[in-house]
Write a protein that binds this ligand. Structure first.
Ligand code: HEC
Length: 150
């Protein structure tokens, strides 16, 4: 009996620790991922605008970072997480998960094309960045994000 009691305590202590070390939740995680995307995009835009010297390797790395986001991103929309007070995710995501995943796929494809254009020089990178990648942000946000007034 005593032994059982001990293991119950051990189990509950463990779950408290696990909760404390885990990240805050899917809404926070998905916001964080979008911030990663923005950071890489900003760096790329600086190079394209000539505010920073063009560095093909850095440009490709920024696009690779964006390319790795969609697969993780689409897993962060569990049922009910549209009710989070801080979220800008539209309820349409849950009504049309397939369409949402397609938009994420668009970003994955466009970021790969832009990454591959980086080694062909600034002009090619710029054309892919604005012609392909940047469009995918709006493509998804228009349908699946509700921008809250701040
Ligand atoms: C597959 C859909 C999709 C794509 C593609 C996408 N976003 Fe988003 N984005 C969202 C959704 C949904 C939210 C709202 C998430 C939330 O608040 O829970 C969001 C939120 C954001 C935010 C606010 C983050 C915060 O701190 O609350 C920024 C900034 C952003 N996106 C930038 C971008 C940029 C830049 C791109 C393109 C390079 C992009 N997004 C591509 C779906 C997308």
């Amino acid at each position: 009996m005593k032994r059982l009691y001990k293991s119950v305590i051990a189990a509950s202590v463990f779950s408290v620790l696990a909760a404390a070390t885990a990240s805050a939740g899917p809404v926070e995680d998905r916001k964080e991922l979008m911030k990663t995307v923005v950071k890489s995009l900003k760096l790329s835009i600086k190079m394209v605008k000539g505010e920073m010297p063009y560095d093909a390797a850095a440009a490709a790395a920024a696009m690779q970072t964006i390319h790795e986001v969609p697969d993780k991103y689409i897993k962060l929309f569990p049922e009910g997480s549209d009710k989070h007070p801080e979220t800008e995710a539209s309820p349409r995501i849950w009504q049309d998960m397939k369409g949402f995943v397609e938009k994420a796929e668009d970003m994955k494809i466009a970021s790969a094309k832009t990454r591959d254009a980086a080694s062909q020089g600034l002009d090619a990178f710029k054309a892919a960045l604005f012609g392909e990648l940047v469009k995918t942000c709006k493509g998804c946000h228009e349908a699946y994000r509700i921008k809250k007034e701040k």
